[in-house]
Design a protein around this ligand. Structure first.
Ligand code: SF4
Ligand code: SF4
Length: 58
């Protein structure tokens, strides 16, 4: 499962998008979107300063 975004927490800083090793995160108008390229590495969960990503399947 790809990480799940808690949209209320996200401040659109772009850190997750920059950290993703396979460029699977795109910042859209209101929130980041995770594409099918996601390898479930968990890096975006770690780098988000406000904990807006939850590990998938949790
Ligand atoms: S790192 Fe966190 S706060 Fe920043 S854009 Fe990504 S999900 Fe939103
Ligand atoms: S889990 Fe890894 S591959 Fe998937 S969106 Fe986050 S940083 Fe990118």
């Amino acid at each position: 499962m790809s990480p799940e975004l808690v949209i209320e927490k996200c401040m659109r800083c772009g850190a997750c998008s920059g950290a993703c090793p396979v460029n699977a995160i795109f910042l859209e108008e209101h929130s980041p979107k995770v594409s099918d390229e996601c390898t479930e590495c968990g890096l975006c969960v770690k780098v988000c300063p406000v904990g807006a990503f939850r590990p998938g399947g949790a």
